[in-house]
Design a protein around this ligand. Structure first.
Ligand SMILES: NC(=O)c1ccc[n+]([C@@H]2O[C@H](COP(=O)([O-])OP(=O)(O)OC[C@H]3O[C@@H](n4cnc5c(N)ncnc54)[C@H](OP(=O)(O)O)[C@@H]3O)[C@@H](O)[C@H]2O)c1
Length: 242
């Protein structure tokens, strides 16, 4: 039987590349999206055509709404791995960050993923080889001015992985965080060319990561041979900050 993974945020730049890499490795996938319906439909069609013997299902869900979480979980059959690759950031001084923004950051990055982990644990435990991977951020370790709320919830993802890993290790489930530095994606399109050049000068590798350089590590954690690594945050940042 094929192994199945749920990718939360498969419609995002990193999530899409993770999906392609896992599909290539033989995984069947639940592809989650929120607004990017066209993008996810195209991805589903592409994967189904390239890997006709695997299954690719699409799920739409707003990760800030707890009410439909049970409904979402009931639509999942076999889940051997879950990857949390959804995310948003708010850019600005913390003194100007609203309660609503903090709530949204918290729900999307931490609260709903935690509740989903609770619901999926029995499925993940089935084969003694379950995997939970968060796409975190280097900011969760080092903190960033102007993205204080985002840095906080990214740090919380690492804290959750560290603690929860200890509870589920005996069930064969690993919980880890792949924490990218700056990745060449839509999320960074808001920065001017000059700001991006300045950023590159700060990064020891002198460039942003390609999304596939993040997906590589996510896929590596899903390998059965990676079963002894748990509760860790792996910084994939070209030597930047962490
Ligand atoms: N890009 C970077 O430089 C970078 C660096 C470090 C860490 N990261 C982290 O890596 C992860 C992926 O980033 P990315 O660059 O791939 O971002 P992206 O392209 O902007 O994708 C964001 C994803 O989050 C989903 N999403 C947004 N709001 C949602 C909501 N309310 N409910 C459910 N899903 C929602 C989006 O779904 P729809 O598009 O379907 O709405 C999309 O799939 C994030 O956690 C991010 O914090 C990124």
């Amino acid at each position: 039987m094929h192994q199945s993974a749920l990718i939360i945020g498969a419609s995002g730049d990193i999530g899409t590349v993770v999906a392609r890499r896992l599909a290539k490795a033989g995984w069947s996938l639940y592809l989650h999206y929120f607004h990017s319906e066209q993008r996810i439909s195209q991805l589903q069609a592409e994967l189904q055509q390239t890997y006709p013997k695997q299954d690719f299902f699409v799920l739409q869900y707003d990760l800030t709404v707890e009410a439909h979480l049970d409904e979402l979980t009931e639509r999942l059959f076999q889940v051997d791995a879950v990857i949390f690759a959804a995310g948003i950031t708010t850019y600005g001084l913390f003194s100007e960050t609203t309660s609503q923004q903090i709530e949204q950051l918290w729900e999307m990055h931490i609260k709903l993923p935690m509740l989903l982990c609770q619901r999926l644990a029995p499925k993940l435990a089935k084969n003694q080889c379950g995997r939970i991977v968060f796409v975190g951020s280097v900011y969760g370790g080092s903190g960033s001015a102007m993205e204080v709320g985002y840095s906080t919830v990214k740090g919380a993802q690492s804290a959750f992985a560290n603690a929860y890993a200890k509870e589920v290790a005996s069930l064969g489930i690993t919980v880890n965080v792949i924490a990218p530095g700056a990745v060449d994606t839509q999320m960074n399109q808001q920065f001017s060319t000059a700001a991006k050049e300045n950023l590159k000068m700060e990064i020891p590798a002198s460039r942003l990561a390609r999304p596939d350089e993040i997906a590589y590590w996510v896929a590596a954690l899903l390998d059965p041979a990676a079963g002894y690594l748990t509760g860790q945050t792996i910084y994939v940042s070209g030597g930047w900050r962490k």
